[in-house]
Design a protein around this ligand. Structure first.
Ligand SMILES: Cc1cc2nc3c(=O)[nH]c(=O)nc-3n(C[C@H](O)[C@H](O)[C@H](O)COP(=O)(O)OP(=O)(O)OC[C@H]3O[C@@H](n4cnc5c(N)ncnc54)[C@H](O)[C@@H]3O)c2cc1C
Length: 188
């Protein structure tokens, strides 16, 4: 069976969408899927740090972010109660950060991937990674309420977050693992 795509990417947020976009800009046939539909939120404090801002600029996407009205941030302050650590996080080349909601940032990234020629399917859940001879060759999944479909590619990328379904399916050797040292509470 021939591969319909060069690459299939599972997950289209800040890891998956730019990976898909950059590969498509190089001429690869890319399918990117996400069970979410965009704009969509996810747990995050939203800080796009200066080096990431530089990446957005290099990719031609910073203007789209600025046009949302999201203001640049040139000073950080971490207030621990008894003391505060404050300073400028940027460099000369990348002086500022931005703090857009993920509903804003992820939509810009998804739209840019589509504009680059990625076939991007929202609301598509991957149920299975197809494995042949010990290697991932595709995915099986479904759109909301849809019948199962299979797609094949030379490469399958798991950009599906911390509890990666793709990683679990492939069970790769783990390395450089560290036990957690603390827990944090997050509120909006
Ligand atoms: C409280 C908190 C605050 C944070 N603050 C910051 C910050 O200020 N700045 C910063 O840079 N980072 C921050 N992070 C880290 C940042 O949120 C993550 O590193 C980033 O979201 C990871 O992006 P990702 O694209 O790899 O995965 P995710 O953002 O987790 O996206 C994975 C996508 O995969 C999709 N998916 C998963 N399984 C499937 C499946 N089976 N089929 C189809 N789709 C699937 C999901 O729907 C999801 O859209 C924070 C994290 C947390 C928890």
């Amino acid at each position: 069976m021939t591969d319909a795509f060069d690459v299939i990417i599972v997950g289209t947020r800040c890891a998956g969408a730019p990976t898909a976009m950059l590969l498509a800009r190089k001429g690869y046939r890319v399918l990117a899927v996400d069970r979410a539909t965009f704009p969509s939120d996810t747990v995050s404090t939203h800080m796009v740090h200066p080096l990431a801002v530089r990446a957005l600029s290099n990719w031609g996407l910073l203007k789209a972010l600025e046009e949302t009205g999201c203001p640049p941030i040139d000073t950080y302050a971490f207030d621990f109660g008894p003391f505060t650590i404050a300073g400028a996080p940027g460099t000369k080349e990348a002086p500022v950060a931005y703090c857009p909601r993920r509903t804003v940032l992820d939509k810009i990234l998804v739209d840019a991937a589509r504009a680059a020629g990625v076939e991007l399917r929202e609301g598509f859940t991957v149920d299975e990674v197809l494995i042949e001879n010990g290697r991932a060759v595709g995915i099986k999944g479904h759109s909301r309420g849809g019948a199962p479909v299979s797609e094949r590619a030379k490469v399958v990328v798991g950009a599906d977050g911390r509890q990666s379904f793709v990683a679990e399916a492939l069970n790769p050797e783990s390395y450089d693992e560290k036990p957690p040292l603390l827990a944090a509470y997050y509120a909006y």
